[in-house]
Ligand binder design. Sequence first.
Ligand SMILES: [Zn+2]
Ligand SMILES: [Zn+2]
Ligand SMILES: [Zn+2]
Length: 473
Amino acid sequence: MKHIAEHKDNAESIIEHAGFSFLYIRNLSAIQVEDVQYHSAVIIEVKNYDFVRLMVSSIRANHSPDIYLKPIFLLKKDAQDQPVLDELSDGSIKGLDELDLVVPIVERISARVQDLTFTNSISFEAQIITKLITLLYTKEQKTVEPFPYVYSNIGYYYPMLSVNFEQSEETVALDILKIAEDEGILRSDYYDRVYLCSSCSSNHLSYREVCPKCSSSNTTPDDIIHHFPCGYVGPMQDFKNEIDDKLNCPKCNKRLKHIGVDYDKPSVIHDCNNCNHKFQDYHVNAKCLSCHADRAVESLMSTEINSYRLTKKGELAAIKGFVTTTKDIDEVFGTIKYDTFKTMLKYEIERLKQTEGLSNICAINISNSSQVYSKLGSELQRGLLKDLVSVIRSNIRSSDVIAFESSSTIVMSMNAIPNKIAKKIIVEMIALLNDLIKTSFEDLDVLFDTKVVALDHGKTHDAHLKELNADFN
Ligand SMILES: [Zn+2]
Ligand SMILES: [Zn+2]
Ligand SMILES: [Zn+2]
């Protein structure tokens, strides 16, 4: 407690407490978000919500784990709920004398951060997925829920994910969630549906009934009256007179008495004040408040909003580092999908049953991939993989195929050659790869493990692949 008093008024607002250093951000104070990395946690004074939103977002949207994973506490005197801010932070206190309450949270988060391995991800998508799953892991949270949020361009906000995007790019968050689900990192449950502008993906729409001819919203509705005694049907306007508010039938001149007794109102007719068109069925248009496009609601993009759950695979990916999505490695030129590789292997085994020929599958594994990938930026990583594939390609026959088993293991077929020759080719290939790395990448140690498995038509393709990858981790 003594420490707080001493440091409370110094310019840097650093509070040393229980062995931790808290960066105290006062209302509207100017701080560099980079300063966050030098402290164990951040406390933000809540007075102006715009300021708090800005501070919390700039910390969580930062790309350095030393910053975006930092525990954040809100210091608020009144217990006003701000669901999105509460989700982005790690708790709140009413005064600086309550710091003891958050110490266990800081301890727990700091300890869990130690479990994580950080690698540079190959793509932007992989990088954002890494941010999301590492935050979930350190917060011991398993769910990613959408929050209805007025500041969101699409109406729903996934705080720990959407915080990475400008308002106009928030739909990218939905693409990222889809990728994470395809990778088996998240599992989805239906939550709601939103309708987005087909031009700019905004959910800020104004719905109006409009004239089907000229799309004007300047229309006046009028009841249609059916007079039972004479059968006349027409707009209420025709029944009105200028003297009183009574209604008279324009056909038989009788005064109308009671609705349901001598007349009824079977429908409504609309008068367009712009083009004078009269119509019964109006169109519904949605005007986008973001880009001002005004179109029929049928043109809006119907978009599913899901809630998500971190899978066991996702939790492991957080700890081991998530380098790449399948999409990233599928894009490496000259490779086929791993699933296709498996299918082709199956056929080759079938073929061998008839021909008694000699074929092999081989694998090259980068055994220190975490170190390699954390040294290289995404562009260089992709460049490295491309180079590896092109060296391999030029050393195998054009009928042989290459695929990525993972971001660190490349597999290939070497059909119709003896096992001994395949082993020799692999050794030569590794020598070429080492040369390539020496000349193209400065100070980069890449360690390769290899394996060659001769195909045995008595074994399944799964058994072969298991044997091929058995020695790699
Ligand atoms: Zn009109
Ligand atoms: Zn009548
Ligand atoms: Zn729009």
